[in-house]
Structure formats: C-alpha cells, structure tokens
Design a protein around this ligand. Sequence first.
Ligand SMILES: [Zn+2]
Length: 78
Amino acid sequence: MDKSWIDEKDRFSSKYTAGVESFIQFSRKNIVEFDNKILCPNWLGYTKIDACKYDCALFWKENENENFCPVCKISLDS
Ligand SMILES: [Zn+2]
C-alpha cells in the first residue's frame, strides 16, 4: 500500500486527502473481514454495532433489532 502521502506537507493537497481516504477504506475493509463489527463512538463511550457481512448496512437506528440485512437480506447470524 502506497503511504507516500503521509509525508505530504500540504494536508489539503489532493494526494494527501486521497491517501487518507484510501487508508480509511483499507482499515474499514479489514475490520469487517476479521470481526464483522465496527466500533462506533457515541456519548456512552464505544458501542459495538453489528454490520452485514457484505458491508452493505449497519444494524443500528431503525435496523437495530433486525435480524436480516435490509439491503441484501442475508441473516445477521449467517
Ligand atoms: Zn447486506
């Protein structure tokens, strides 16, 4: 993975922002692969939120009590 953007002096340059963007996507993909959970900061601290294994939806807010992904309909427990 290209990390040369980290040394970029100008933090508003397109190279830097594109680097940050791809890094976030990279880490997010790996979190889902290894645990299928995403940590979400809220005012209570950190709450674990279930996510669809295909990463199309998070089970929170109106989906919090659903057992199936609202997008691809796969079971949360599968
Ligand atoms: Zn899904």
